[in-house]
Design a protein around this ligand. Structure first.
Ligand code: PAF
Length: 281
């Protein structure tokens, strides 16, 4: 595995691959890798000739007072995992390589970033689409993979690719879960043992709503109530949102009549966790 810290170094490799007609796949990450990230690598590895993974804790997607200063990092471990999984190039730039002092340009997808996580993190998705656009342009990738756990992010990136005519295929891979159902996330490492046992309630509340839907309930209000009632009785958890939205537009719905997203974000202590499930009538 080649480790690149600069854009010019990476471009040299990528240009050579392009000349050889190779299909290039990208897995963008912020590091502190877990099986969720590695499942994206495995997908790209089996569908592309060359695999690039990026590790960059993108400052532009953190709002004031968010956890950028304590975001978990373990570059040595990440490098070992990526090497073991057969990544060809690790792109691991410093912040000023990506955002020099005179950096002014942002990419923003309107509408889709306003609800769900966008309500409490109003500048987050603009930061994500900006870095992802830059990574697409730097790596000249043909395919890029993202996890379903960040469903709103995936929808926004798909829309950006469509609206800006990026010639890139976006793959969304299923959420990888711990044995008890908790979605894998780098932020799970913040949780104390007690908080970790509370964290499972988010997934369980989504599953309860899914079961209610499977038993015939189509009213979004009832599904939302089902999620809420189980979480409100868990004292360690503060709900940010629990929503039932159209899976494509991310708009609230009254009744389930096509693919629908059950999505939630909760605070467990000082840690904000998100999760979602798709239901399909
Ligand atoms: O999902 C993430 O880890 C990040 O939002 C991403 C896509 C790597 C952009 O920084």
């Amino acid at each position: 595995m080649i480790k690149c810290e600069t854009i010019s170094q990476l471009r040299e490799i990528v240009n050579e691959w392009k000349q050889q007609g190779k299909r290039i796949g990208l897995v963008p990450t912020m590091g502190y890798l877990h099986e969720g990230h590695l499942s994206l690598i495995d997908y790209i590895k089996s569908h592309c000739d060359c695999v690039i993974a990026s590790v960059f804790v993108n400052p532009k997607q953190f709002g004031p007072g968010e956890d950028i200063d304590r975001y978990p990092q373990d570059f040595e471990r990440d490098m070992q995992l990526l090497q073991e999984r057969g990544v060809d190039v690790l792109f691991i730039p410093e912040s000023n390589e990506i955002y020099p002092d005179d950096y002014y340009t942002y990419v923003q997808v309107d509408e889709l970033g306003k609800g769900l996580c966008g309500r409490s993190r109003p500048t987050h998705f603009r930061g994500v689409t900006t870095i992802v656009s830059k990574l697409f342009l730097i790596t000249k990738c043909d395919v890029a993979a993202f996890g379903q756990k960040d469903y709103q992010q995936a929808v926004i990136i798909q829309r950006m690719v469509k609206d800006l005519n990026f010639d890139i295929q976006i793959i969304v891979c299923p959420t990888v879960r711990e044995e008890d159902g908790v979605a894998m996330s780098s932020r799970n490492s913040y949780l104390s043992a007690e908080e970790r046992s509370s964290a499972v309630h988010l997934y369980q509340s989504l599953k309860r709503a899914e079961n209610l839907f499977k038993s015939g309930e189509l009213h979004a209000a009832r599904l939302r109530e089902e999620m809420k009632s189980s979480l409100l009785s868990t004292p360690e958890i503060n709900v940010d949102y629990l929503e039932v939205v159209d899976a494509e537009t991310l708009q609230s719905i009254d009744k389930v009549h096509r693919i629908t997203l059950l999505a939630g974000a909760v605070w467990v202590g000082k840690t904000r966790l998100i999760d979602n499930i798709l239901i399909d009538p």
